[in-house]
Design a protein around this ligand. Structure first.
Ligand SMILES: [Zn+2]
Length: 130
């Protein structure tokens, strides 16, 4: 009965992919399988001397820096990030965090890290976004 109600409500209010806005199939969460497959991974976690790390060299003390995805305006990555930042879709953040964690575990550099720190947010923007 519970599953029937869930399926029925899914017909009326389908969960949508946060990247392409198409309805999610059963078993998919946050983003559809096609978008997940097509995400533009940087693979910077595999290369210590990556573009992000080089931008921070000499400016702050850190062991490693990386970004998981390439970001382009109008892209599916932008849709994901905007849903997280401006539409209070916190499940997108959890999903991307799990995805990042899984990728970091593939490189010994990141297996004993204590913290992952996002780009700091100005307090005015935090208040505006909630
Ligand atoms: Zn999608």
């Amino acid at each position: 009965m519970n599953r029937w109600l869930k399926d029925f409500s899914g017909l009326l209010f389908p969960n949508l992919c946060n990247a392409c806005t198409l309805p999610l199939f059963q078993g998919e969460r946050v983003i559809c399988t096609k978008c997940l497959y097509d995400l533009p991974y940087t693979d910077y976690h595999l290369h210590g001397e990556n573009r992000v790390a080089k931008q921070l060299w000499g400016r702050i003390s850190l062991n490693a820096a990386m970004s998981m995805l390439y970001f382009r305006k109008g892209s599916k990555v932008q849709n994901l990030i905007h849903n997280l930042k401006y539409n209070q879709k916190t499940d997108v953040g959890v999903f991307l965090g799990e995805l990042l964690g899984g990728r970091l575990l593939l490189n010994e550099t990141y297996t004993d890290i204590d913290l992952i720190i996002p780009v700091p947010l100005h307090h005015k923007k935090l208040r505006k976004r909630g």
